[in-house]
Design a protein around this ligand. Structure first.
Ligand SMILES: Nc1ncnc2c1ncn2[C@@H]1O[C@H](COP(=O)(O)OP(=O)(O)O)[C@@H](O)[C@H]1O
Ligand SMILES: [Mg+2]
Length: 291
């Protein structure tokens, strides 16, 4: 039995004319212990997919089975409990509470479990030891480097000993050194049996993954098993085409931004005029000017 199984999962945002099909009949299964990397241009549905798998959101259509259980039939409270016990989230923008020190930030998810403060602090302290930040326990987030902050966020994600870790562009905000430190931490977690789902734009990071899926327009368009240590072939191709992808990314981002603006819902990307045509026109303009 797969740990995660999506059957023709679709997600639609909005109403009436201004709807977005963020996920388009996705089929996906993830086995326990996999390290799955999810790639694709901005706006293709990666975060939406992670939110559904992480029980932060529900499919509009289709079925999501988590450990064989149909999660779409669960009531909200039950779903929240399952999320708390099974899933750890790591985001691009750490989401630590600025007024709480490192220890309290890490211990926060335990507060909802009715554990005594002393036991909470002990457990948080143990996790911080594990990731090498015990000496930063009483620091506020603003006094940490980017890499340290993300490690604290990972510690917080681990506090409930989740079986699934969902990381949405976890190194998107880090320099290459800090990225490496954070990725090594994920690699350790993977080796110790955690299932990891990670969204990334960085082909380099597919080295850590055991499988890569490529998304476009709400669909999984390609997938590839990879060996740990090697960059996935598909990711490498994207990397080589990088300039083109970046351009598409920008366009997708713009259309995503305009999506909720009344009367500006874009159904298709604005097309740039073909170069040859404008060249012809300017040549004609030149000739005209010479006359
Ligand atoms: N809460 C929302 N309401 C309306 N549209 C949304 C919402 N969340 C995402 N979308 C739209 O769904 C599409 C997929 O978004 P997202 O999953 O964030 O893509 P990605 O993470 O790949 O950049 C985009 O077109 C985005 O604008
Ligand atoms: Mg996203």
């Amino acid at each position: 039995m797969a740990l995660i199984e999506l059957q023709e999962v679709s997600k639609i945002f909005g109403f009436g004319e201004a709807t977005t099909l963020a996920l388009d009949e996705i089929n996906l299964s993830v086995e326990k212990g996999e390290f799955l990397a999810i790639m694709g241009p901005s706006g293709c549905g990666k975060t939406t997919l992670m939110n559904i798998i992480g029980l932060l959101d529900r499919p509009s259509h289709g079925k999501y089975l988590l450990e064989g259980r149909d999660s779409s039939r669960l009531r909200a409270g039950r779903q929240a409990k399952l999320r708390r016990d099974r899933i750890g989230f790591v985001f691009q923008f750490y989401n630590l509470l600025p007024r709480l020190n490192v220890l309290d930030n890490v211990a926060l998810p335990l507060a909802y479990r009715g554990m005594t403060p002393v036991r909470r602090a002990k457990r948080a302290s143990d996790i911080l030891e594990l990731i090498g930040l015990r000496d930063r326990e009483y620091f506020l987030p603003k006094h940490l480097s980017g890499g340290q902050t993300q490690r604290v966020a990972i510690a917080r994600a681990l506090i409930n000993n989740p079986s699934i870790i969902i990381a949405d562009e976890p190194t998107g905000n880090l320099d290459s050194h800090d990225s490496k430190v954070v990725m090594e931490l994920f690699a350790d977690l993977h080796r110790s049996g955690h299932t990891i789902l990670m969204v990334t734009h960085n082909p380099e990071l597919t080295r850590y993954a055991s499988r890569v899926i490529y998304m476009r327009d709400g669909m999984v368009v390609e997938e590839e098993s990879t060996s740990i240590g090697a960059i996935a072939k598909g990711a490498l191709r994207t990397y080589l085409r990088k300039r083109k992808t970046t351009e598409e990314d920008v366009l997708a981002g713009v259309s995503a931004l305009l999506k909720d603006v009344p009367g500006k819902a874009m159904t298709s990307e604005p097309k740039a005029k073909p170069k040859s045509k404008s060249k012809k026109r300017s040549r004609r303009a030149l000739r005209k000017a010479r006359r």
